[in-house]
Design a protein around this ligand. Structure first.
Ligand code: ADP
Length: 352
């Protein structure tokens, strides 16, 4: 550890360097003037020399302390802010207009604290949302169980079916939450392969047809058979298609139409799921991919929705390096489109 590093503050380091430099300069100047150039005899002026040295050192000390104070203020502010952040207060910002390294550090610090603040808000929202979502089916189940115990309700198939539906909802919610958290933390490696989209879309459409046969919505498969394959995890793409199609069918009234189309562009394929449902208002559109965001929460819940399907779809598509987006005209249906990269060895329009 050098002598300078032992000093506790930047101010004292700066002061000692300046005092040393000023003292050395005065001494050298006097030596040159006195001994080399012999302008005067040093021995005759010892007191003047000491006084000049002391004065020079004193003035530079005052200046250095003043400069150091301004220089280190943002650092002291950051130390205070960091201590408050330790205690959970992420609203702290450091004010500085300095453009030097300390100023740049303050800008980086502010960026970091606002990032932490929004993460903390997300965490709190998530805990609140998860608790709320879990509470709804648990309360319903408990109410039925209490009624059964009190003899107010009979354990008839209808009541038991309601209870089964609620417990299935709970299970689905927990599964989807675990799935989303695994996807977001990157714990599930993608098992990429060449995937032909047309047969996959056909398969998912037939699964939806079975699962939602009661809805009375027509399904149209308009995916060209000669599309080049994408380089993706088949199971995950299946999941994205299933979530988009399930939503489209759930939100489209009886007699409506859901169409799947796909087209190849330079280096990627766009798959679009369009419905003739009620559409989504512009203010809700950018938020539907957030976890638990629903335009109409009670309707989505009644339909068996968990509010996580689109968040999972987005995580999967982004993990593949693609994009997903929604377009809609209220009253004119919605179109959800996702883009996936083509398989690397694929020549434009030709299968490898
Ligand atoms: P949910 O389980 O509620 O369907 P999602 O994450 O899949 O959750 O969707 C979020 C919300 O986006 C839905 O609650 C609904 O309000 C809206 N939404 C999704 N797909 C459609 C669609 N095809 N038409 C109208 N609204 C939709």
């Amino acid at each position: 550890m050098t002598l300078l590093q032992r000093l506790p503050t930047i101010r004292s380091k700066l002061s000692s360097v300046i005092v040393f430099a000023v003292g050395l300069t005065i001494l050298l100047v006097l030596l040159i003037l006195g001994e080399v150039l012999e302008v005067f005899q040093i021995r005759d002026h010892v007191w003047e020399i000491l006084l000049a040295g002391a004065l020079g050192a004193g003035i530079s000390l005052v200046i250095s302390r003043w400069v150091a104070r301004g220089l280190t203020q943002p650092l002291r502010d950051m130390a205070v802010a960091a201590r408050k952040m330790e205690a959970g207060d992420y609203s702290q910002r450091v004010v500085t207009d300095s453009r030097d390294e300390v100023g740049r550090l303050a800008v980086a610090f502010n960026r970091m604290s606002s990032e932490l603040e929004s993460l903390e808000r997300l965490r709190r929202d998530l805990v609140a949302n998860v608790s709320h979502e879990l509470k709804t089916p648990i309360s319903a189940l408990r109410a039925h169980l209490e009624n059964l115990l009190d003899g107010v309700e009979d354990p008839d198939p209808e009541t038991l079916q309601i209870m089964l539906t609620q417990s299935e909802r709970l299970g689905r919610l927990v599964d989807e939450l675990l799935e989303l958290s695994r996807l977001e933390s990157g714990d599930v490696p993608l098992d990429r392969e060449h995937v032909a989209l047309a047969p996959l879309v056909t398969q998912v459409l037939s699964e939806i047809e079975v699962a939602r046969s009661d809805r009375g919505v027509r399904l149209d498969d308009a995916v060209p058979r000669d599309l080049p394959p994408v380089f993706a995890d088949r199971e995950r793409v299946h999941q994205v298609l299933f979530n988009l199609l399930d939503n489209a069918v759930r939100f489209t009234p009886t007699g409506g139409l859901v169409t799947v189309t796909a087209s190849a562009h330079n280096g990627s394929i766009d798959v679009a799921v369009a419905d003739t449902g009620p559409g989504i208002a512009a203010e809700h559109l950018p938020r539907v991919f957030e976890r638990f965001y629903r335009v109409d929460a009670s309707r989505s819940r009644d339909d068996g929705g968990t509010g996580i399907g689109l968040a999972i779809a987005r995580s999967v598509v982004e993990a593949h390096g693609g994009r997903i987006w929604a377009e809609s005209e209220p009253g004119g249906g919605s179109t959800f489109t996702f883009e996936l990269p083509l398989a690397p060895s694929t020549q434009w329009g030709r299968r490898p």
